[in-house]
Design a binder for this molecule. Sequence first.
Ligand SMILES: [Zn+2]
Length: 315
Amino acid sequence: MPTRVRRPVEFPRLAAVISCQANLGAASSQPDHEQLNIERGDLVLEVGSGHNPKTRADVLCDKYIEDNTQRGGTLILDRPLIVADGEALPFRGKSFDYVICSHVLEHADDAVRFLSEVERVGRAGYIETPSEVAERLYGWDYHRWYVNVMHGQLVLRPKTERSPFGQLFHRLAARDRDFARFHERYHHLMLVQYEWSDRIDYRVDLPAGQGHDLSDSGVIDAITSENRPDQRLMRVTRVVWGRLPARLRARLKAGRARARGGPRVDLRELLVCPRCCGALEWQSATVSCPADGLEFQVDRGVPIMLLPDGVDLVR
Ligand SMILES: [Zn+2]
């Protein structure tokens, strides 16, 4: 499979987001991810779609159906949805042209397994997380990783401490307009936005490792500069969108997803056993893997492809 020729990545319209995604859900974000290198006709998976799936996603995947603890609202179910763990994805190898993972990697128990699964099922993709700066400033107790992009490489480090500021900046962002403007002005500093093709270039550092060296003025200039001519317009768009009621935003996005149409999705062609990646047998209310005797429920059309506790992958 030849490498796809991709245009340079631009992210000006991407999510503001203090939200990740609980706490400050209302303060996010953008209409969509239209700047990504997704081609017309591409089959797109979103892992961790939660309460805020991207318009462009054709297939949604989330681990939690009813538990909203780690997200900012109720699960959206307006497209084919699979309940699965990002660390054991039940999809054939390279079955998607593009995989979106927005604010989910930092939740992973085993980030290496998560990234290798995403790379296995997708030909290209986009990963967004809070940056280490945002993680330290705001802090979300259920996040497990500091994430940075350094020299074009995604760099992860286990998170070992809570934010020293507790809920201080969450509260300020929610109620102080000047502080919210500061965040808005530097939203790119708060986010890691990483697009990949063919393979994800990443490394995992030890807890004692270092993120960006913020005593170096060159590093500061690099991570705070935006240099985008339409930056101001985009900021206005972002702010206006962010102020619409969440329900209206969800309705507008669902409408746009419907209007876009998209490829016909046949889950039977995409799904495999999350444990062994073997072929599945479909019954009316269950899906099973004959190779290792696992059975998965299908609840109102949604396959629940979670592995039972203690059952590990065979890859
Ligand atoms: Zn199996």
